[in-house]
Design a protein around this ligand. Structure first.
Ligand SMILES: C[S@@+](CC[C@H](N)C(=O)[O-])C[C@H]1O[C@@H](n2cnc3c(N)ncnc32)[C@H](O)[C@@H]1O
Ligand code: SF4
Length: 375
């Protein structure tokens, strides 16, 4: 593993399951035991620590979910304190506005969390209800104000667009409200209907393609004009506030995954070149708690590395350089050069960098298809 790296910690419960969500999240029940879970996180970390370089320092830690903000700061503290962090490391926690209280937000800062990602989703109460959210817009404003009051200087707001029967005006109103709050970062996701979710079974009426195209075109212009620069398909930041943790994912960097259902990616140099392994923990909290140091490990063979790499880095507006390809895949650039040159000639990617053109970003699936075939 690279000496500077990232750690993801998963918190698998939510007050209730949102009908569009396919993340590893489980409705909280009486018998769920947070103390047992946090103890399992400690055991998990200790077991994985032995597989890492001795002097590993984490540049970013991301507490995601599920709803991490259901846990008290004191419950998170033991595992957080054990992770060795570099000076100024970014430590993010996802917070659901229905679960944040002022005294707790200050407590999260005290245990080292310095970036908050608030799941607003929409500022329309009618939409929040359709999305099965546990909060209304007043609670979202309150969570944001409380976070500022508690001293958070790096806040992300998660918003979704293309919501059931949403008009262009309604989607832009949501965006305008988020911009008016002046967060450092906005994640603006198009609602996708994921298999096996409630919305896949009872699919609501979604906006027509022409409406979606208008929302996207006008929203992108508005975000840019307000000083939120797009650096990834759905991520927009003020200068200096790009999410370091996600930048590492999108650069095909290494990270460890702690907690139920958490994924990791670990590379190691050996005499035979670079080995890359994907790690995965049991996703059921109960199974995970019963055996937190059990990790399933799957090597990433050379043949799969180009597509895995491109699926991540081509989401980045500015992409990466070819050295990043060589360093993070262990392969020579020549392996993908013929495919790359074909895409250059079609005007879909850049000649000087591993990045799409504006057109290529719109047709990302077609660009990626080039790397599914070998040569
Ligand atoms: C892992 S979720 C967790 C955030 C937190 N639990 C919450 O909902 O407030 C991260 C974000 O992904 C986005 N998301 C989840 N499901 C989605 C879907 N089906 N389509 C688009 N965005 C989605 C939402 O904006 C959500 O805030
Ligand atoms: S609160 Fe977040 S993680 Fe939980 S079900 Fe809803 S979207 Fe998914």
């Amino acid at each position: 593993m690279l000496p500077h790296s990232a750690a993801y910690i998963h918190f698998p419960w939510c007050v209730r399951k949102c009908p569009y969500c396919d993340f590893n999240s489980h409705p909280l029940r009486e018998q769920d035991d947070f103390a047992a879970y946090t103890q399992a996180l400690n055991i998990d970390w200790q077991a994985q620590q032995h597989t890492l370089e001795e002097h590993v320092l984490f540049d970013s830690v991301f507490l995601g979910g599920g709803t991490p903000s259901l846990f008290e700061p004191e419950q998170m503290s033991p595992v957080l304190q054990k992770l060795p962090r570099s000076d100024g490391a970014e430590v993010t926690m996802e917070a659901n506005p229905g679960t944040t209280e002022h005294h707790l937000l200050g407590g999260y800062r005290d245990v080292g969390i310095n970036r908050l990602s608030i799941g607003a989703q929409s500022f329309s109460n009618a939409q929040l209800e359709r999305l099965g959210r546990i909060h209304n817009n007043t609670e979202t404003y309150a969570a944001y104000e409380q976070a500022r009051g508690a001293g958070f200087e790096n806040i992300n707001i998660d918003l979704m667009w293309g919501l059931p029967e949403q008009s262009v005006g309604q989607a832009l109103d949501d965006l305008e409200t988020a911009i008016a709050l002046q967060p450092e970062h906005i994640s603006w996701y198009q609602l996708t209907i994921e298999a096996k979710t409630e919305f896949a079974v009872r699919t609501p009426i979604l906006p027509r393609d022409a409406v979606l195209a208008d929302i996207e075109t006008q929203g992108l212009l508005r975000l840019e004009a307000a000083g939120y620069h797009r650096y990834e398909v759905s991520a927009f930041a003020r200068p200096g506030f790009q999410c370091r943790h996600n930048l590492n994912y999108w650069s095909f960097g290494d990270y460890i995954g702690i907690g139920a259902g958490a994924h990791g990616k670990i590379s190691n140099s050996s005499a035979n070149g670079l080995t890359i392994e994907r790690t995965l923990k049991s996703s059921q909290p109960r199974l995970y708690q019963g055996s937190p140091n059990t990790t399933s490990v799957k090597p990433v063979p050379d043949a799969e590395r180009p597509i895995e790499f491109m699926m991540n880095v081509l989401r980045l507006v500015d992409g990466v350089n070819t050295e990043t390809f060589v360093r993070n895949t262990g392969l020579a650039w020549q392996v993908v050069e013929p495919a790359w040159q074909r895409l250059v000639s079609q005007g879909l990617v850049r000649q000087d960098r591993i990045a799409t053109t504006a057109t290529g970003l719109r047709y990302l699936d077609s660009v990626l298809a080039e790397f599914l075939t070998s040569d």
